[in-house]
Design a protein around this ligand. Structure first.
Ligand SMILES: Nc1ncnc2c1ncn2[C@@H]1O[C@H](COP(=O)(O)OP(=O)(O)OP(=O)(O)O)[C@@H](O)[C@H]1O
Length: 573
């Protein structure tokens, strides 16, 4: 199966630990069979009162086998779990590495709750693949073969019975379990994703649901999803238990068979009676090893399903784009050039940007204005390499962003997006998102520049900044950006919720700090644009006007008309 390629790759990477765990598992299994066989033989021998040295040798052998079994089992567990956890960490980081280039577009395809279920639950499920799917058959077959050769040296028919037992426990029982298994685990997984989606929807939309009187209904939906998941889990657990019970039944059946056949062979004179207990004990132990086979189909289906969900979330293994090697030189102001850039969101019927060409020289200040939905924010996403244009090229300092390492772009940029995210913690934690050490004086100065003089660094910030007003959030985001050292400023309506006076004060500090740097400011209000080197007017994804404020006013085009309307609204005309 194609999806399992990622698992096989991860297993190959851990081949040394895997081989050691297989060796440990085989020795432990074989030593277990030998231990119990030797015990059976020892008990039978005592009846014939053998010489003392025979009993001493046998007892010592039993003890040695016990020690060998414990030590090799320990080694097996150690190496198999080490391999499993290394694989898990490899899979998790691999999944994240594939997921990151897809953000933020990934939420077009997946709902956040479902994505969370995939990131946590599905990746976790893959850890069972090696331990419970790939590994047990290898151990079962090798230990069985060794036991079969051993039993064949006593009786051909006994070996045949062992083979029948092996076929029943390793193939027939798992096959029957698999038949009933097909849909069960898929349903559990789907139901878990559904519940996770419901939970996140209720958490994110709690306030609106309450105001619109929809909360009780959504709570009911949530409870129904939770009950459905419990029912599916119960059904899956029941099925697994039935498989295990069937395995135990077959094991006892075979042991009784060994006893009966052994008794018959003794009566026929084909087997010495002293070996009967040994063969019965051997049969009981060897089938213990095969117990994992009963649950194998369940885990196999589970892993396949999880791998399928993960590969449909991100691109298939092997298609991971190679990170380009070039980095944006730190310390220089950045020049930006867009040539014929067209971009269309997945499943959208029209492009968000069409044939956009721009040049922002290093150290210049540019404002982008235009009606809502004209593609201004998309422009910033493209510059940050969060999205890839359908056609055209974007150059930063003359190098195509496709050739630039994205983390280098992010480090060189001071970004305020339309919606900034705040994490649960203190104001200090939210200012120092990149983990850099900064003195309290520097942090307080940034807060003061952002007009947050009254805020203390130890003030608590709730998740998503719930305890901050929109204006406070914007000012905190501006304080955060003023602590950065990049030389490309990308600001998307950073002051839209501020009053005119505060806005002017903040922008004065911002312009002071960004002097000599390249600045791209998206704004709706047309005040203060006189100080910009260039203004770009966008409409329906196209650049319709570009020039200095004075030039555009003289042209009496779109910006001029917008300015007249704004002046009328604030009563200056
Ligand atoms: N994640 C998305 N998926 C699909 N379409 C999107 C997405 N984000 C934006 N769009 C569409 O792309 C177009 C440009 O959006 P964009 O956010 O860039 O406009 P904008 O000029 O910044 O608007 P505003 O001033 O309201 O922020 C719009 O038609 C919008 O509907």
């Amino acid at each position: 199966m194609n999806e399992l390629a990622i698992l096989s790759k991860a297993m190959i990477a851990e081949r040394k630990d895997i081989l050691l765990s297989i060796l440990g598992g085989f020795i432990a299994g074989a030593a277990g069979v030998a231990l119990f066989s030797a015990s059976g033989y020892l008990i039978s021998q005592t009846v014939f009162m053998p010489p003392l040295y025979t009993l001493i040798v046998l007892t010592a052998l039993v003890k040695l086998l016990g020690l060998l079994r414990a030590a090799s089992r320990y080694g097996e567990r150690l190496y198999s779990h080490r391999a499993t956890f290394s694989m898990l960490s490899r899979l998790r980081t691999g999944f994240f590495a594939r997921l990151i280039p897809l953000t933020p577009g990934i939420l077009n395809k997946n709902r956040s709750g479902d994505l969370l279920a995939r990131i946590v639950g599905d990746v976790e499920s893959l850890q069972n693949y090696f331990l419970r799917v790939a590994y047990p058959p290898v151990i079962v077959i090798t230990v069985f073969l060794a036991t079969m050769v051993f039993s064949a040296s006593y009786s051909f028919w006994m070996a045949c019975l062992f083979i029948t037992g092996m076929l029943l426990t390793a193939l027939v029982v798992p096959g029957i379990v698999l038949l009933g298994q097909r849909s069960i685990h898929g349903r559990v997984r789907k139901q878990r994703a559904l519940l996770s989606t419901e939970v996140t929807e209720v958490l994110y939309g709690f306030r609106d649901l309450k105001v619109y009187g929809q909360l009780p209904q959504r709570e009911q939906q949530l409870q129904a999803a939770s009950a459905a998941l419990t029912a599916e889990q119960q059904r899956a657990a029941g099925h697994l238990l039935r498989g295990q019970a069937m395995h135990t039944f077959v094991t006892f059946f075979i042991s009784w068979g060994v006893l009966t056949l052994g008794a018959y062979l003794i009566m026929e004179g084909a087997l010495a009676g002293v070996f009967l207990a040994m063969l019965v004990m051997a049969s009981q132990t060897v089938f213990e090893e095969a117990a994992a086979m009963a649950t194998l189909p369940a885990y196999k289906q589970d892993s396949e399903h999880a791998a399928k969900r993960l590969t449909e979330t991100v691109m298939p293994a092997g298609d991971l784009p190679v990170q380009p090697g070039r980095t944006l030189a730190a310390g220089d102001a950045v020049s930006v050039e867009l040539s014929g850039v067209t971009f269309q969101y997945i499943d959208e019927w029209r492009p968000a940007l069409t044939e956009v060409s721009l040049q922002l020289p290093a150290g210049s200040r540019t404002a982008v204005v235009g009606p809502s939905g004209s593609g201004k924010s998309t422009l910033i996403d493209l510059l940050l390499k969060l999205r890839t244009p359908v056609s055209g090229d974007i150059l930063l300092n003359g190098v195509s962003v496709q050739e630039l390492d994205e983390t280098g772009i992010w480090e060189a940029s001071n970004v305020v997006l339309q919606q900034s995210h705040f994490f649960r913690g203190t104001v200090r934690d939210n200012l120092l998102l990149n983990g850099e050490e900064q003195s309290d004086e520097v942090l307080l100065e940034a807060l003061a520049k952002a007009q947050l003089q009254d805020v203390a660094l130890t003030d608590v910030v709730f998740e998503k900044g719930e305890n901050l007003s929109d204006g406070e959030k914007q000012r905190l985001a501006l304080a955060r950006v003023m602590l950065r050292k990049g030389r490309l400023w990308l600001l998307d309506e950073p002051t839209s919720s501020l009053d005119y006076v505060t806005e002017e004060r903040v922008l004065t500090h911002l312009y002071e700090q960004s002097a000599g740097d390249t600045l791209l400011l998206i704004c709706h209000r047309l005040t203060g644009l006189e100080g910009m080197d260039r203004i770009i007017v966008m409409e329906q994804g196209r650049v319709i006007e570009t020039g200095s404020y004075a030039e555009l006013m003289e042209q009496k085009g779109y910006l001029y008309r917008m300015k007249q309307i704004e002046l009328q609204m604030i009563g200056e005309l």
